[in-house]
Design a protein around this ligand. Structure first.
Ligand code: SAH
Length: 335
């Protein structure tokens, strides 16, 4: 009977069974989205109602701060005891939060820490929203960008992720603009079309990491299910349909996908598409044995793509010193 753990419709139904008027649901939703952690904070509810309501939240089990760049990583504990991580980052354009959408991940990418141990369960829409709310409360600053780039594959949990997007956009609550949200996928091709129809304003990022089918399939099992040509076609369609730039994430792994020939092949594959390549020198994950390209090699790769007509940038490696960078997030137990 956790009052947070309902959809808005379910909460309205529940309040009805308690004999409450319709506007109560909106009042409670507003409190939740302001970051209330207890029903006692909801001062405009009658005391008799407050005493009948229960509320439990996601908790911060551990916070780590980067010594170098202001990044803060949060280990969150969900009400069933499971954990996942989320990362708060500062950019010139504002504060950004990277959220997890699953406990663990089923996708099996060979370079990523989040998939070690597989997928435990999907997160619920309210739990993803609560990651945002408890971290915003904890840092005491506004957060104007969300990236679904934490642990988990958002398009492998589409019903809850889409419910979350609607919740955080809801004008009665946080009211975050869809344009300030980015969803990243490893390439669940049939869901890309659906996502573009449902949320044409939410930014799409695609984890590509290779310039041909053979190399991609060796790094990412998902490529064996949907090949790179199908993926690129779906991305082209998405860009045309939404008029928005698709971001391709490309992790540079030394000796695997970082040669000039790779850059050339990548540029011809992406030619003519409204897109942008975001290069990420591989962040170390000790179990994988893979090594990243250095920053200089990454810059050269980016310059080569630019020369070939593909806009490219090298992503800042925020939070590496606390294992908070891309691909380093885990479910963890505290010892
Ligand atoms: N499952 C989604 C969301 C995760 S986003 C997806 O795959 O897009 C996390 C990003 O970090 C993805 O682009 C992922 O491929 C990348 N990544 C994973 N491991 C990494 C590593 N060790 N170094 C750099 N990037 C990594």
């Amino acid at each position: 009977m956790n009052i947070k753990a309902f959809t808005r419709e379910e909460r309205a139904e529940y309040l009805k069974t308690l004999g409450q008027p319709k506007f109560r649901e909106k009042q409670i939703f507003e409190w939740i989205c302001r970051g209330a952690l207890s029903v006692d904070e909801m001062s405009n509810l009658p005391a008799a109602l407050r005493s009948r309501l229960e509320m439990e939240s996601v908790e911060v089990a551990l916070e780590q701060r980067s010594a170098s760049d202001g990044t803060r990583k949060f280990l969150l504990r969900f009400t069933d005891g499971n954990t996942a991580e989320a990362v708060f980052m500062k950019y010139d354009y504002g504060n950004s939060l990277c959220l997890s959408t699953q406990i663990g991940c089923a996708m099996g990418c060979s370079f990523c820490a989040s998939t070690i141990g597989g997928r435990v369960r999907n997160l619920k829409a309210w739990e993803i929203l609560d990651e945002y709310l408890v971290i915003r409360r904890s840092v005491g600053e506004d957060i104007n960008h969300i990236v679904l780039m934490g642990m988990g594959e958002p398009l492998d949990n589409y019903s809850e992720v889409s419910a979350f997007l609607k919740l955080i956009h809801d004008p009665d609550g946080v009211g975050l603009s869809y344009r300030n949200i980015t969803l990243s996928t490893c390439g669940i091709v049939p869901m890309i079309g659906r996502f573009g129809d449902d949320f044409p304003q939410v930014n799409l990022a695609v984890s590509l990491h290779a310039s041909n089918q053979e190399k991609r399939a060796a790094l990412m099992p998902v490529a064996k299910r949907w090949n790179i040509d199908e993926l690129i076609d779906a991305c082209r369609e998405h860009a045309e349909k939404t008029g928005r730039r698709v971001t391709f994430e490309y992790t540079l792994i030394r000796g695997k996908n970082d040669s000039p020939a790779d850059a050339a092949e990548l540029s011809s594959m992406l030619k003519g598409m409204l897109c942008h390549v975001n290069l990420i020198p591989l962040n170390p994950v000790k179990e994988t044995g893979l090594e990243g390209a250095d920053r200089k090699a990454a810059k050269e790769f980016a310059e080569m793509l630019e020369r070939l007509g593909i806009p490219a940038t090298v992503r800042r490696e925020l939070g590496r010193d606390i294992d908070a960078a891309c691909g380093q997030l885990r479910k963890k137990t505290l010892v």
